[in-house]
Write a protein that binds this ligand. Structure first.
Ligand SMILES: C[S@@+](CC[C@H](N)C(=O)[O-])C[C@H]1O[C@@H](n2cnc3c(N)ncnc32)[C@H](O)[C@@H]1O
Length: 242
């Protein structure tokens, strides 16, 4: 199967595993960073690009946003429609956002999705198109320092010695095993991401490398790895007012 097809189909069989997976790092740390980056979402229109089964869309909706979730994996969208009442969920491709009108949203969110895309640049351009001038695009992604090598920590027994960064400039697919299946994440350099954001027309308002606060660390002691090598990165982009 060619790479694009593998990327587009890899979640279909694993949708339930993702829904059942441990969400501690998202609920116990990342959500806070994402919500702070988004600011007050009350009364705002939001598109959640690659929404999965709608967990974060529901959270935003509860905070008063009008949310449209879009995802390529039908199994996720079916589940999202089943568990939600006030949000709109559609099957669609982040790489074109076909059928979504220009300037339609105050905010766009992409929560650990860019690594799944063959062509993240097209997705960035598409998000720019559907945001209104002055609108913000908040992206959480796997950190490029982390995505260059997918094999994980170099260990001595149980002791984590270090997490290697290697072949950093060799952009492309990295295979890893998750729930006994081979998955692919696309690796790109930090400069590729930033260039694509600026090239699309966005201004970069903030770049964050999330770490847990004291209470989050106390609740989830394994989060102390986030101080050793960042797992995630958050980009806060703004479409300039025309
Ligand atoms: C790691 S999951 C994250 C899901 C969700 N954002 C969350 O936080 O739970 C990646 C998601 O990207 C979706 N996805 C992958 N390729 C896509 C594409 N080309 N267009 C839209 N969604 C895509 C997958 O179906 C999956 O739901």
């Amino acid at each position: 199967m060619e790479l694009g097809e593998r990327l587009r189909s890899q979640w279909s069989e694993s949708a339930q595993d993702w829904i059942d997976a441990d969400q501690a790092v998202r609920t116990g740390m990342l959500d806070r960073w994402m919500l702070e980056s988004l600011g007050d979402v009350g009364g705002k229109t939001v598109i959640d690009i690659g929404c999965g089964e709608g967990r974060f869309s529901r959270l935003l909706s509860k905070l008063g946003a009008t949310v449209t979730g879009i995802d390529l994996t039908e199994a996720f969208i079916e589940r999202a429609r089943f568990t939600s009442a006030n949000e709109t969920y559609i099957v669609g491709n982040a790489e074109d956002l076909h059928g979504i009108e220009r300037d339609a949203f105050d905010l766009a969110v992409s929560y650990i999705v860019l690594v799944d895309l063959l062509d993240f640049r097209s997705a960035v351009n598409a998000a720019y198109r559907v945001l209104r001038p002055g609108g913000r695009f908040v992206i959480c992604n796997i950190h490029p320092m982390r995505s260059s090598v997918s094999d994980g920590w170099i260990k001595q027994g149980d002791k984590k010695l270090f997490y290697p960064v290697d072949n950093y400039t060799d952009e492309g697919p990295r295979e890893f095993t998750w729930f006994d299946r081979t998955f692919i994440n696309m690796h790109h350099t930090l400069s590729s991401y930033i260039s694509s954001f600026l090239g699309a027309g966005f201004a970069l308002r903030a770049l964050q490398e999330p770490v847990p606060c004291e209470e989050e660390l106390a609740a989830n002691p394994t989060f102390d790895d986030e101080y050793r090598i960042p797992n995630f990165i958050i980009y806060v982009l703004e479409k300039p007012d025309s």
